[in-house]
Design a protein. Structure first.
Length: 164
């Protein structure tokens, strides 16, 4: 199943200008992957890029045989989010094909374990990477080490970053 799977990783903060470029780029990459047989999409439920990717998969699922799987750090992930984002998050959870939590409670490792679980299930990783530090950079590095094909959307040039 791994060869038919793709995960998403990206930053929580997405500017309006970046969103305008990311939305069509995400759609285009998902369509391209679908043509090569990728049907399973894994996302981590975070604010920003994750939610954008999740909504794109759900919209495309109306016309394509694809599935959205949420691998979430813990059930409390959205507790402190603004109400409007919690509503969006809950709607995505309801519409997802599967929802799995890597931890029953928040702890210092649940975000990393969530990212690792997505990568371990995927042959492809679509990312929105703007910094060489943080959770997104960690996940991209892990994806490369795991042999995933990493697809950069609207990113600084990967060769300008020290990713090892």
């Amino acid at each position: 199943m791994r060869e038919k799977s793709c995960c998403f990783t990206g930053h929580r903060a997405v500017s309006a200008a970046d969103r305008d470029v990311l939305e069509p780029a995400l759609r285009s990459e998902i369509l391209r992957l679908c043509e090569s047989g990728v049907t399973e999409y894994y996302a981590g439920g975070a604010r920003g890029f994750d939610m954008l990717a999740e909504k794109t998969v759900l919209a495309l699922r109306e016309e394509l045989p694809i599935r959205l799987h949420l691998l979430l750090p813990c059930p409390q992930q959205a507790e402190r989010w603004p109400q409007y984002l919690r509503r969006e998050y809950e709607e995505i959870l309801k519409r997802a094909d599967s929802v799995h939590y890597v931890s029953e409670e928040y702890d210092d490792t649940c975000m990393r374990r969530r990212n690792d679980a997505m990568v371990e299930r995927s042959a492809y990783c679509i990312c929105y990477l703007q910094r060489e530090t943080g959770g997104t950079a960690y996940t991209v590095k892990h994806a490369r080490r795991a042999g995933c094909t990493v697809i950069h959307l609207l990113t600084v040039e990967p060769e300008q970053m020290t990713m090892e």
